[in-house]
Design a protein around this ligand. Structure first.
Ligand code: NDP
Length: 305
């Protein structure tokens, strides 16, 4: 039987509606407008697209958006000074430094210079430690979006076998922590994992965050499992014809082979339209959460882990 398609695009719209409702309440009842500052260093085209999308969605839910576009050869000291200013600005509740940074900047140093309370990406070492010890933290947006969709689909995740493929700091590791927090039995797989197919076949939940196009075939998937595909990979699509410059058109695919996996899975996220839209929605959710915490106000229900 074909899998249920988990509609990340629709789910993200619901999250944004909840955020907008809470923002409206904060404005009406407390006279506070949450603000998100995004810092972009350089002109990486993909980063520029993300930053534009973040800015647009931030204002659409009624929050203030502040964009800081810095020259590609901005020094570490100058970038740290910008972040310090934002850390001390009471109208800014969330700060996001768009990654990747140019090579001459120390990414760990920069990430850890953001105030943990305003670290809406959840990458600061304090937030990583808080999440790892089951304490209230800012949770990384992509894994938070995956968790929301899993909770919505399953209700309780308690006791389920979850396999996370990928151990990056931004997706794989925090995803595993969140699933552990919801009482899954968690396995983290990576490039050195032996018999990955066997490991994945035991999973009730598979989260693929690898960055390899359609790597997971359908026969790795246990009948009825839930598959969350984080991967975003651009591949050539000759069936779509040629671009104006004569090169082959492309399309986006995930880390799982959607056609064969959806034959066996109980539920699956598509690419595009699955995890991707949830990531920005969760960034907005984190910003409103950070604003509430900063002002000692009740946090919105269902928008954090
Ligand atoms: P990283 O490159 O940082 O991590 C990839 C992970 O996959 C590593 O842990 C690596 O293992 C593992 N891996 C690589 N090859 C294999 C293999 N053959 N078998 C098993 N594991 C393997 O990627 P990210 O976590 O940053 O991103 C993963 C994917 O998710 C990418 O496609 C990215 O574009 C996408 N993404 C999507 C987002 C969204 O909003 N939807 C947000 C963030 C990422 P090892 O550690 O051993 O090298």
């Amino acid at each position: 039987m074909a899998a249920t398609i988990i509609d990340g695009k629709g789910f993200a719209a619901t999250v944004r509606e909840k955020v907008a409702a809470h923002v409206a309440r904060l404005k009406d009842e407390n006279g506070i407008t949450p603000g998100l500052a995004v810092v972009l260093v350089g002109e990486d085209p993909a980063s520029q697209v993300y930053v534009r999308a973040k800015g647009k969605q931030t204002t659409e839910v009624g929050m203030n958006s502040y964009e800081h576009k810095l020259d590609v050869d901005t020094s570490e000291a100058d970038l740290l000074a910008v972040i310090d200013k934002l850390n001390n600005d009471p109208s800014v509740h969330g700060i996001l430094v768009q990654l990747p940074l140019p090579k001459h900047l120390n990414e760990d140093l920069i990430i850890n210079s953001v105030s943990p309370a305003k670290d809406v990406d959840g990458f600061h070492i304090s937030n990583v430690g808080l999440l790892g010890t089951g304490q209230k933290s800012m949770v990384p947006c992509t894994p938070l979006g995956c968790l929301m969709m899993l909770r919505d689909h399953h209700g309780s995740l308690s006791g389920l076998n979850a396999v996370v493929i990928g151990r990056s700091n931004i997706v794989g590791k925090p995803m595993a922590q969140l699933l552990l927090g919801d009482s899954c039995t968690v396995t983290i797989a990576h490039s050195r994992t032996k018999d990955l197919a066997d490991v994945v076949r035991r999973a009730d939940i598979v989260v693929a965050a690898v960055g390899r196009a359609e790597m997971v075939p359908g026969d790795w998937i246990k009948q009825g499992a839930t598959v969350i595909d984080v991967g975003i990979n651009r591949i050539e699509a000759p069936e779509k014809g040629l671009k104006e410059d004569g090169s082959v058109k492309t399309r986006l695919v995930g880390d799982v082979d959607f056609a064969s996996c959806s034959e066996r899975a109980g539920a699956i996220t598509p690419v595009p339209g699955g995890v991707g839209p949830m990531t920005i929605a969760c960034l907005l959710a984190n910003t409103v959460t950070a604003c509430c915490r900063a002002n000692g106000l009740a946090e919105p229900e269902g928008l954090t882990a």
